[in-house]
Design a protein around this ligand. Structure first.
Ligand code: IMP
Ligand code: MG
Length: 184
């Protein structure tokens, strides 16, 4: 799988160091609040598991599953929620965990939907944020790493559902994405 990467961006020790820092920040901010973490699956699975084990607070955890990419390396702009009911979050402080802030469309849709469930507050935590002009303005309160506008895989992030199990994050070779987008 390494052969399909242009380069590795963040190896395991780099990810672990950053998770330690993020967890400390979150722990400080939520020390006296009723925290509900809402993780977006499947992509934030590794991030969620590794981050939450570093946050010794009495939090509750819910997961949302959305489809926003439809298997390709470009956003379609449409976000489909795969579950019928929203978690019960009235009066709770919500922290949304997601893999990456790209166009912003997915997180804008998720935040909008969760707002209808009347939580006390909503914050967003992403592992990665691409430096780019976004289609929807979304401000992440906690960001693991800022990256250039390149397609990355690993540590939960996929291309055509592959590469999620890589323990590091790398930039996918552009030819692989181009080949896929040329298919009918
Ligand atoms: P959005 O464009 O901000 O709505 O991002 C939607 C989703 O697309 C993200 O949560 C990721 O799961 C996926 N995505 C965006 N950029 C990348 C990338 O570089 N690699 C893998 N998945 C990505
Ligand atoms: Mg994906």
């Amino acid at each position: 799988m390494l052969g399909n990467l242009e380069r590795v961006l963040f190896d395991e020790p780099a990810i672990n160091r950053r998770l330690d820092e993020l967890a400390k920040q979150i722990l400080n901010d939520y020390r006296n609040r009723e925290l509900t973490v809402i993780a977006v699956l499947n992509r934030s699975l590794m991030f969620m598991a590794d981050l939450l084990r570093r946050i010794p607070l009495p939090l509750t955890l819910d997961c949302l599953s959305v489809a926003s990419y439809h298997g390709k390396a470009q956003a379609s702009g449409q976000v489909i929620f795969k579950q019928v009911a929203l978690p019960d979050v009235i009066d709770r402080h919500i922290l949304i965990l997601d893999d990456i802030l790209d166009s912003g469309q997915t997180l804008a849709a998720i935040r909008g939907k969760l707002e209808t469930a009347k939580p006390r507050s909503i914050r967003i935590c992403v592992l990665l944020s691409k430096k780019k002009q976004r289609a929807r303005h979304v401000a992440a309160d906690y960001v693991g790493f800022e990256i250039e506008d390149e397609f990355v895989v690993g540590y939960g992030l996929d291309f055509m559902e592959g590469y999620r199990n890589l323990p590091y994050i790398g930039v996918l070779r552009k030819e692989l994405i181009a080949q896929q987008s040329n298919r009918p």
